[in-house]
Design a protein around this ligand. Structure first.
Ligand SMILES: C[S@@+](CC[C@H](N)C(=O)[O-])C[C@H]1O[C@@H](n2cnc3c(N)ncnc32)[C@H](O)[C@@H]1O
Length: 233
């Protein structure tokens, strides 16, 4: 059993503590949450029979549900670190029966049993410790079939402190616009600091993906610090 990185232990505690509030209180206030999921869905291939997908960081299963509805005969193998988040996902995904397989595991070192037709993820990979991120992209390349796609939404660091500040202000405005009160906002930001996430730049992801062997690598959707990268094996 590999030793857990301190950031990973932090992420596990963070999401276990947050799980009960995630769907009701947090998602409603997360900037561009649905838009990012929409962008991921738009990049998926058309429904094409019994495809097999890998999802990293399924959380409470919001994206997973959309993917399972999109691929009526498709199967999803999902991973998450937090037992509590998975406990919220299970009832939501029960409709899919044997088409959903959930693993309670750390994606930084899990071995993914491919081949998969696609890999998807939303706002989870930044929780993978910095040195494990490029290695994860190599493992995902190996797990995909040739021609398979990787669609990865995440939070990114800006190329300068000034732009980071603009992104932070914009996110705060958005959260306020969506009606989060001051107390909830403070708690959200305090918790975010302890989430164990370390954001890379979108260029880092694009470079690591190319180095892993992916082609057609692009940042297909971007909104301030949020982005969706796309790549083909
Ligand atoms: C912000 S939530 C996103 C959940 C879901 N994808 C969504 O769009 O709502 C991030 C999820 O990634 C999971 N996570 C964080 N680090 C992880 C790791 N190293 N391995 C597996 N899952 C991880 C967390 O437990 C959490 O459920």
């Amino acid at each position: 059993m590999p030793r857990e990185h301190p950031n990973t232990a932090r992420s596990r505690r963070h999401f276990d503590a947050l799980a009960a509030d995630y769907d009701q209180r947090l998602v409603a206030h997360m900037p561009a949450y649905d838009e990012m999921h929409d962008a991921i869905m738009a990049l998926l291939p058309a429904d094409d029979g019994p495809v097999r997908l890998l999802e990293l960081g399924v959380g409470t299963g919001a994206l997973t549900r959309r993917v399972l509805q999109h691929f009526a005969r498709g199967a999803v193998v999902g991973y998450d670190l937090s037992k509590e988040m998975l406990a919220r996902a299970r009832p939501k995904l029960a409709f899919a029966g044997a088409r959903i397989e959930l693993h309670h595991a750390d994606i930084s070192n899990a071995s993914f049993r491919g081949p998969f037709d696609a890999v998807v993820s939303a706002i989870a990979v930044h929780h993978v410790p910095p040195r494990s991120k490029p290695k994860l992209f190599h493992r995902l390349f190996e797990a995909l079939r040739p021609g398979g796609v990787l669609i990865l939404g995440d939070a990114f660091r800006a190329p300068s402190a000034e732009l980071d500040e603009v992104y932070r202000r914009q996110a705060a405005k958005e959260v306020e616009r969506r009606g989060m009160d001051q107390q909830a906002r403070d708690s959200f930001h305090r918790r975010a600091d302890r989430s164990g996430g370390t954001q890379a730049r979108v260029e880092d992801y694009l470079r690591w993906l190319r180095q892993a062997g992916f082609v057609s690598v692009d940042c297909a959707w971007k909104r301030f610090n949020l982005g969706v990268v796309y790549a083909v094996r």
